[in-house]
Design a protein around this ligand. Structure first.
Ligand SMILES: C[S@@+](CC[C@H](N)C(=O)[O-])C[C@H]1O[C@@H](n2cnc3c(N)ncnc32)[C@H](O)[C@@H]1O
Length: 219
């Protein structure tokens, strides 16, 4: 397995992606985005989107929610800001350039934290997950959607083969589900409550964690 992605490689990659991201990734990631936002709307309330990108997900939320979005990439957030200037998303409360590894929000600030196609791309995924739990109220949920490593068969072999080149493009096809499960077990303050493939193709996996009511977690 390759090392976890370097933050600066990701920043450079997404500065290049920003102008063309919506056209290229919008339709391809649609089923995953919709599934994550639907699950988040069921939790409702104050939602933090980490790695919000250009804000493609805003169309999937409504006025029953209050959205805060953060992203490490200035050019991606600039696109998200342009999107809210249309006035179509009054429920988007704040957008900020921020590293998901060091959230500046107070403990228990959100009802739900959503990460769409981002957890596999950060330098330290376990630290990001621990930060997500910290900013969640007790009983709140983390909702992740991603392509995860196939682990077996031809697809797994292809994913390993392209992993190095994919990294430079800001992609990571070889991130295993087991890593998320192991984090939850070690952390102790979040329980895995769902893992399911998204229809119709099963390319993406939705994973949900619930923050424990009493939190005696390892940071
Ligand atoms: C594949 S894009 C997904 C964007 C958006 N969530 C979507 O589904 O369209 C990954 C995003 O994660 C952001 N990202 C990568 N590392 C990050 C970090 N450490 N903190 C916050 N955002 C990060 C990238 O800048 C990029 O905008």
């Amino acid at each position: 397995m390759l090392r976890d992605p370097d933050r600066h490689v990701m920043e450079q990659a997404y500065a290049r992606w920003a102008p063309i991201y919506d056209a290229l990734c919008g339709p391809v990631l649609l089923s995953g985005r919709r599934a994550a936002a639907t699950a988040a709307r069921e939790v409702g309330g104050r939602i933090l989107e980490v790695g919000v990108g250009t804000g493609l997900s805003f169309d999937d939320y409504d006025a029953t929610t209050e959205i805060t979005g953060i992203d490490i990439s200035e050019p991606m957030i600039a696109r998200a800001r342009e999107r809210i200037q249309t006035g179509r998303y009054p429920f988007v409360k704040e957008l900020a350039v921020m590293d998901a590894q060091e959230l500046t929000f107070a403990d228990a600030s959100f009802d739900c934290v959503v990460g769409q196609f981002v957890i596999t791309l950060v330098e330290d995924p376990e630290r990001v997950l621990s930060e997500c739990v910290r900013v969640l109220r007790p009983g709140g949920q983390i909702i992740l959607v991603n392509h995860l490593y196939s682990e077996r068969g031809l697809m797994a072999a292809v994913e390993r083969l392209v992993a190095q080149k994919a990294r430079k493009l800001g992609l990571r096809p070889e991130f295993p589900f087991q890593r998320l499960a192991a984090w939850a077990q070690a952390h102790g303050g979040a329980e895995l409550i769902e893992r399911r493939k998204i229809k119709p193709f099963g390319t993406y996996t939705l994973v949900r964690f619930r923050r424990a009511d009493t939190h005696n977690a390892v940071a």
